[in-house]
Design a protein around this ligand. Sequence first.
Ligand code: SER
Length: 885
Amino acid sequence: MKPDELREAYLSFFESKGHTRYPSDSLVPENDPTLLFTGAGMNQFKEMFLGIGNLPFSRATTSQKCFRTGDLDNVGRTYYHQTFFEMLGNFSFGDYFKKEAITWQWEFLTEVLKIPQERLTVSVYKDDDEAFDIWHKDVGVPKDRIWRLGAKDNYWPANAPENGPNGPCGPCSEVFYDFGSPGEEGDPEAGRYSEIGNLVFTQYNRVGKNELEPLAQKNIDTGMGFARILAVLNGVRSNFETELFLPIIRAIAKIADVEYTYEHEFGQQVRRIAEHTRAAVFLIAAGVKPSNEGRGYVVRRILRRAIRDGIALGIERPFLHELVDAVLDVMGVAYPEIETAAGAARAFLKAEDETFRATYHTGIALLEKELARLEASGEKTLDGKTAFVLYDSHGFPLELSEEICRERGISVDRAAFDKHMAEQRERSRERSAMKGEVFVATAITAFKRDVAPTEFVGYGQTDAESEAVVLLRADEQADRLDEGEEGRLVIKATPFYAESGGQVGDAGTIETKNGVFRVTDTKKSEGYFLHSGVMERGTISRGEKVALHVDGARRAAITRNHSVTHLLHAALRAILGTHVAQAGSMVGPDRMRFDFTHTQPVKRDELRALAEWVNAEILKNSDVETAEMPIAEAKAAGAMALFGEKYSDVVRVVTIGEHSMELCGGIHVGGSAEVGAGLITQETSVAAGVRRIEMVTGGGAVTLANAREGALLELAASLKTNVDSLAPRVTSLQQEIRELKKADQQRRRESGGEVAEQLLKSAVSVPGDSGDVKLLVAAVDGDDVPTLQALADEVRKRAGECALMLAGRGESGTALVASATDGAIRAGLRAGDMLKDLAGRLGGKGGGRPQTAQGRAPVGVDLDEALDGLRNTLQNTISGGGSSR
Ligand code: SER
């Protein structure tokens, strides 16, 4: 059976049982900030389970994209484990319960898919006699093929009563396919039994440890691992032997030049690369960019595992991006969003591969150095901190460090590593602010059943009249807001644009019959526009008629910046190439920034070409047209879709002139000339493979141009030239400075002898083991280290046994040079120690050997005081008998 046929068979079977076919939610749950990723089909239905959702049906069926990291270490090693997978599910929201769930599951498996009954084994929660009886009496499964298991296996989430999370949960019943032969012993983990279905009887709401409240309604949540069932139908043991993976595996084998079989010695690595690359493409398509935080860190981690596996396979160049085509072949038809994301995915994969290879090699170098040290000192354990640094900064999994160490007879301090890991986890949990709860109610939950989503009326206008339907004080609903109170308002219909697609929310005022609410920002959630601000004067009551006024000048500035974003996007693709994909944007009233995939800095002449292209489009005064159309039609017409955006079936297409056509819900100028002008203000890097360009338009461009012109005129005047001649003038000044500096250093070196004589006069004598030692601690002018070193050499030549600590003052800092003869060292005066001491007092750094040392310190600390301090310490050392004789 082909993947598409299986998906269709499942969904249409449950449609025939009265279920509504519902789309997969995004991998990044849209309305649930507490979850990192969608991990199960039920996530998007949590409110329906709790009886507070507002979907107009009580039975649903889906094929849901899921991502879980719980089994990361098993990926590639076992037949079944994946991070990204699809799950087929049917759901009942207070409608049917155990009996239908069980009998339909059986009917689907044995009658639609025609899986032989004797191959199926089931499990129920240990106390669930009801489920046991349905399986045995109604379905006819023999008693010895119904296992009774505990809460670890037969509760969902696993062990929920004891370990959480809070939210909907219940006992479950699992269905296994038995690959073994009769009589063969087997355990599910070892691969004889493949778990193909899980029926959860969602009847409790967990509110605390072992505290389960019965839900008002009983629900069903089933999940069937898509790849597993496909494997069963195709008579193969492993998910990795299905069409969901084979083409990717073949592409990897070709690049690595290996004859892949499941048993190949590098089979694990090949499967892991295939799985992780496929998962990463889906995560990127959901808008997740590799980074060091939250979701981005998860993508980075799996990509690094794949790159390392590539290195183990002997692939010596970045290669992951070359697998994107194979991923598209396998999954692109069912999930068009990965086609949209392909360009971005290639760019991110390549950048990650390049960057990680560099840190990987420095990691190996670090480990080698540490191993050499351990070997020299005869120690046998690599400390946990080093193993952790290798893991955290260089992407080395502990096993890899252990493996390399083991070859050299060295073990790794695992306990210490684990301790660092635990601390890191704590930190990243704090950073990502994800609680991982299955369910958290928002302010919106409380009113969404009674209030219709907001109607947006602001495309063509900035003023409207409507009605205040919900008032929120903090997160609580209120009947009235009084003067001075902060809050958020939901209005029935609003011209205020709510932040989305990079465009910031509108600001303005909402007038009541006796007052004014000042809106500082507008955001939307689940279709409701939330106008936040403060009751500036008078009051507002729920249900009151209101007049809404968007700040028009601010809105106009925002629209200019939004339209220029589209023009820049088109210009980038025209000038840098079609690999450029939008990777984020922010459109505000004062400026816009646009992030895009591109692996090198944009060159100066390219920036100029971009600005010229954009401004030429502005000057044409092209019409800006918006149209609504089905998404397929929009794409066929060539409209740019952005990866990570979730589009509905009907989309809004914004066209500017001949070259720019994008799916966009934002607000734009009427004709391109309204933008006025677009100036590029910055080009920077935001992440591996992602660049950022910032621009200003309209009045902002004029202000900036004037300010720059003013600065240039001032600069020209102070350099006694005109603006056009500034560049050569500055170049020649720089040349002059270089020459003067050189001459100055030369002069100092030449006069070194004289200065040295002079300095020696301030040296003090301290007793040494064969006569006196001269101690000199002094400041001189000039922070050039080589010159200072030359001066120290001059002093040394003249002084005999001596210890010198010289500090060279300069405008940008202080150079530090120390030097000590053998006699001085025996008297306890070591160059390295003196230098460290002084650097410490000055907030600088440096060090060296007992004979000689160098360093630098920033300006700011009183140098003379620091030198006095050092002198005192040295006096004490000597009189305290600190000599190392
Ligand atoms: N939520 C259950 C699972 O993920 C069944 O869909 O296994």
